[in-house]
Ligand binder design. Structure first.
Ligand code: ADP
Ligand code: MG
Length: 271
């Protein structure tokens, strides 16, 4: 894979060939001795390459823990987590976007992206071109000279998404990235993330507590039970992903039906 390849297709990233993520009998506990608390599991889960998987569940059910296990930030107490057949390595295996963008506020947008490209091992000479591609992709062309504290929350989250895409791994993990944004900005970013991931062919795991967001984004939804989180529902989302108008999709009867179903499952699973 070439280092200038931002618009990696499923073929180029190895997506479309087998499983991107595989969790076998995963249990995760926090604490030690008599004070342990089981946050997740047991969970068995396979995510085929190129899938947009959404994990939905009530607050505290273990969504972030699961995502951190896939990112390699935590190792499971029991069971195994594999990403493309290997143990995940933090900062290497996946691009990660958190609820609050963890950017360098005193740096410019350009500076934040360039730093990510540097960490990703992109040669200095290629960085400007890759940066432009990334900023175009997330709709930020034009603000690259601004400092992070001078742009809006929505724009900051776009920088975080561009930064997560800078690394050339085929896995993108997002943990409630739009929860702190206003409704209009959130909808716009949802549409963009849907398009970006469809175009890059990346395998995506997205965490949310919103049934609406889950149905709009996911090609498959996993509803988790309350803590310790286990799989309560595994639902493919057969909505069209290419060339659809977002507004039409949100207003369709199929969308409403799926949203009601997921919403009901989330409430039942949390009870
Ligand atoms: P969610 O993202 O679904 O809200 P989390 O994965 O953050 O859930 O947390 C699941 C459970 O594990 C919660 O009860 C939470 O309090 C607990 N938990 C999360 N992180 C830690 C930690 N570092 N130490 C102890 N308990 C934790
Ligand atoms: Mg969380």
């Amino acid at each position: 894979m070439s280092s200038s390849d931002v618009t990696t297709s499923p073929r180029e990233t190895g997506a479309g060939h087998g499983d991107a993520v595989r969790l076998d009998n995963v249990v995760h506990r926090y604490g030690r001795g008599g004070e342990t608390f089981t946050a997740v599991g047991p969970v068995d889960l396979t995510v085929p390459a190129g899938e947009f998987l959404v994990l939905v569940g009530a607050s505290g059910c273990g969504k972030s823990t699961l995502l951190r296990l896939v990112a390699g930030f935590e190792r499971p107490t029991h069971g195994s987590v594999r990403v493309h057949g290997a143990e995940p390595r933090p900062g290497v295996t996946a691009g990660v976007v958190f609820q609050t963008p963890r950017l360098f506020p005193w740096r410019t947008v350009r500076g934040n992206i360039d730093l990510a490209l540097r960490y990703a091992g992109v040669e200095r000479a290629r960085r400007p071109e890759r940066r432009r591609e990334l900023l175009d992709r997330v709709g930020l062309a034009g603000v690259e000279g601004r400092r992070v504290w001078e742009i809006s929350g929505g724009q900051q989250q776009r920088v975080a998404i561009a930064r997560a895409l800078a690394a050339e791994n085929p896995l993108l993990l997002l943990d409630e990235p739009f929860a702190a944004l206003d409704a209009l900005t959130r909808e716009r970013l949802q549409e963009d993330v849907r398009q970006v991931t469809a175009r890059t062919g990346r395998t995506t795991v997205f965490v949310t507590h919103s049934a609406d967001e889950a149905v709009f984004l996911g090609s498959r939804i996993i509803v988790l039970t309350r803590s310790p989180g286990t799989v309560a529902l595994d639902l493919p989302i057969p909505l069209p992903r290419d060339g659809v108008d977002a507004e039409d999709l949100r207003n369709s009867a199929e969308f409403a039906e799926l949203r009601a179903r997921v919403s009901h499952a989330v409430k039942t699973a949390a009870a």
